[in-house]
Design a protein around this ligand. Structure first.
Ligand code: HEC
Length: 261
C-alpha cells in the first residue's frame, strides 16, 4: 500500500511536470514574415566594434549601417529608425592548450578569411517589434541568416532573439555593448575594466603593449589617478602597474587606449 501511494505520488508529480512542460512549450509570438531582410552588402558597412569572448573563444564583429553608426550615447530609444545591426561570430585560432592566440594588440585572431557562420541581423523600423508581444523590444525585429541570405532562423522562431535582447532594456535600446561603439572602445578582452574604482582582472601591462581600458563606472577616471609606473630589474621589461583609483574632478574621455612608454 505504501509503495502504491509512493507510485501514485510519483505519477502525480510527473503529470504536474508534464503540464508545466506543455505550458512552457507554447510558442511565444513572433513575426510570420521577414521584415528584417538580409543586407547583402553589410561587410561594406562600418564595423562598430569587435568583441573578444573568452567564454566561447569567439570573436564577434558588429557592423552598423550609416543610421546605426550615427547613434549617440544618451537617452532611451537612441537608434534612429532604419538602423540595421549585423553580428558575425567568428571561430578563433587556438594554441596547443586550446586558448585563443592573441595578436600584437592582445586581440583574438579570426580563423579563416571568409565568414561562413550565421549572420545575425536586427533592424529598427516603426512598429517592427510589435509582433513579439510581451517580448517586444521597442521597434526592433530580428532574423538570422546563412551567408547566402537564406534563413538560419525563420521569423516565427525569432521570439528567442527578442526574449534575450529584452534583458538589455531601453537604456541602450536593447543593444548589447552599445557603449563600446558610443565610447569609441575596441571591444578587446574585458579584463581591463575599471569597476567601482578598481581594476578587474589583469593589472600589469608590458611596455609596448597596447592596453585598452574600459570604465564601467558612471564617474570618469583620469589616467593619472589610476596608473602607476614601477621599475622592475633588468632583464625584465618595465611594467606599468595599474591600481584602484580615487574619484577625480578632472574628467577626460571615459575610454583610454594607449601604448605605455
Ligand atoms: C541568449 C541570448 C541571446 C539570444 C537568444 C540572441 N542574442 Fe543576439 N546578442 C546577444 C548578446 C549577448 C550579444 C552581444 C555580443 C556578445 O556579447 O556576444 C548579441 C548581439 C547581437 C547583435 C549585435 C547588436 C546587438 O544587439 O548587440 C545582433 C544583430 C543580434 N545579437 C541578433 C540576434 C538575432 C537575430 C538573434 C536570434 C536569431 C539573437 N541575436 C539571439 C544575446 C543573444
Amino acid at each position: 500500500m505504501k509503495s502504491f501511494r509512493a507510485i501514485f505520488a510519483a505519477g502525480a508529480i510527473l503529470a504536474a511536470g508534464l503540464a508545466i512542460v506543455a505550458e512552457s512549450q507554447t510558442t511565444p509570438p513572433a513575426p510570420t514574415v521577414d521584415r528584417v531582410f538580409f543586407p547583402a552588402d553589410y561587410q561594406n558597412w562600418q564595423v562598430l566594434y569587435t568583441i573578444d569572448r573568452p567564454d566561447n573563444k569567439q570573436q564577434r564583429v558588429i557592423y552598423g549601417n550609416d543610421l546605426a553608426a550615427a547613434v549617440i550615447r544618451g537617452g532611451e530609444w537612441d537608434y534612429p529608425q532604419g538602423s540595421i545591426l549585423v553580428m558575425e561570430t567568428w571561430p578563433t585560432v587556438k594554441d596547443d592548450q586550446g586558448n585563443p592566440v592573441l595578436d600584437e594588440n592582445g586581440r583574438f585572431v579570426k580563423m579563416g578569411d571568409t565568414y561562413a557562420g550565421t549572420v545575425f541581423v536586427s533592424r529598427k523600423g516603426p512598429g517592427l517589434g510589435v509582433d513579439y508581444g510581451p517580448n517586444r523590444n521597442g521597434d526592433w525585429a530580428y532574423t538570422a541568416y546563412h551567408t547566402d541570405g537564406t534563413f538560419q532562423t525563420v521569423p516565427q522562431n525569432t521570439f528567442s532573439c527578442a526574449a534575450c535582447h529584452l534583458q538589455v532594456g531601453t537604456g541602450t535600446d536593447f543593444v548589447f555593448h552599445n557603449t563600446l561603439h558610443t565610447n569609441g572602445a575596441s571591444g578587446a578582452l574585458p579584463n581591463n575594466v575599471i569597476l567601482n574604482y578598481k581594476f578587474v582582472g589583469e593589472n600589469t601591462v608590458k611596455v609596448g603593449q597596447t592596453y585598452t581600458v574600459y570604465n564601467q563606472d558612471v564617474l570618469t577616471h583620469t589616467s593619472s589617478s589610476w596608473m602607476m609606473a614601477v621599475s622592475v630589474p633588468a632583464p625584465s621589461p618595465r611594467e606599468l602597474r595599474l591600481r584602484s583609483c580615487q574619484p577625480s574632478p578632472a574628467r577626460i574621455s571615459t575610454i583610454a587606449q594607449f601604448t605605455p612608454p
